[in-house]
Ligand binder design. Structure first.
Ligand SMILES: Nc1ncnc2c1ncn2[C@@H]1O[C@H](COP(=O)(O)OP(=O)(O)O)[C@@H](O)[C@H]1O
Ligand SMILES: [Mg+2]
Length: 212
């Protein structure tokens, strides 16, 4: 039997990395084998693409189409090397961002054509969509305040997307809502403006309800 495929989506700082870690711990306690991965990245090729996407190479701005195709190349590689083989083994995959990030960022925020993006996404994933997509929903400002705190304690710096204007990020957030309305059977929206524990318990209910 195929394993289950869960993706986490949401604006910057909404708690995706935090919640994925907690969910993995719970699923592993149930004896479920899980592979955790992320986009862009997750493979050696994908991680190199991630660097290109986060920081302009030699200061050269990436055009929107090149950006889209780099994300898609990373996704195709991840699909073939990790996601499909793992699901085929009967194990689960958790992925930090996936096709819906392309729709929200390149589609709704950058304004690229939605039906073109749908086709390119489906090409990259052979139409194998996630079984469940958790959308961690958070006000844009609240997400950025969390990131500021995280950066204050580390040497990390803002990437290309985090440097986009707030208006861009509002479009991302609204875009996610549109996507969730488009496919209500796949999405669960979780209010991320709660304590880590409360968000985790809503995430857990969503996973139990949909997949266990
Ligand atoms: N529910 C929460 N309440 C307050 N802070 C949180 C919460 N969840 C995560 N954080 C903190 O906010 C920052 C961003 O969380 P993170 O999981 O890295 O978000 P994302 O992966 O979506 O960008 C981190 O410093 C994290 O510790
Ligand atoms: Mg993260």
């Amino acid at each position: 039997m195929s394993g289950k495929f869960i993706t986490f989506e949401g604006p910057e700082g909404s708690g995706k990395s935090t919640q994925i870690k907690l969910l993995v711990e719970k699923l592993e306690k149930l004896g479920i084998e899980i592979t955790c991965t992320r986009e862009p990245g997750g493979t050696a090729t994908g991680e190199q693409i991630r660097n290109l996407l986060q920081h302009d190479a030699a200061g050269e701005p990436l055009c929107d189409r090149a950006e889209l195709l780099l994300f898609t190349a990373s996704r195709a590689q991840l699909m073939d090397r990790i996601i499909l083989p793992t699901l085929g083994n009967g194990d689960w995959v958790l992925c930090d961002r996936f096709i819906d990030s392309t729709m929200a960022y390149q589609g709704f925020a950058r304004g690229m054509d939605i039906s073109t993006l749908d086709s390119i996404n489906n090409f990259a994933i052979y139409d194998r969509k996630p079984d469940l997509t958790i959308l961690l929903d958070l006000e844009v400002e609240a997400g950025f305040q969390r990131l500021e705190k995280r950066y204050a304690d580390s040497a990390e710096s803002h990437d290309r997307f985090e440097r986009e204007a707030r208006e861009f990020h509002h479009k991302v957030r609204d875009g996610y809502h549109t996507l969730a309305e488009r496919e209500p059977e796949r999405f669960v929206i979780v209010d991320a403006d709660q304590s880590v524990e409360d968000v985790a318990s809503n995430v857990w209910n969503a996973v139990k309800g949909a997949l266990l």
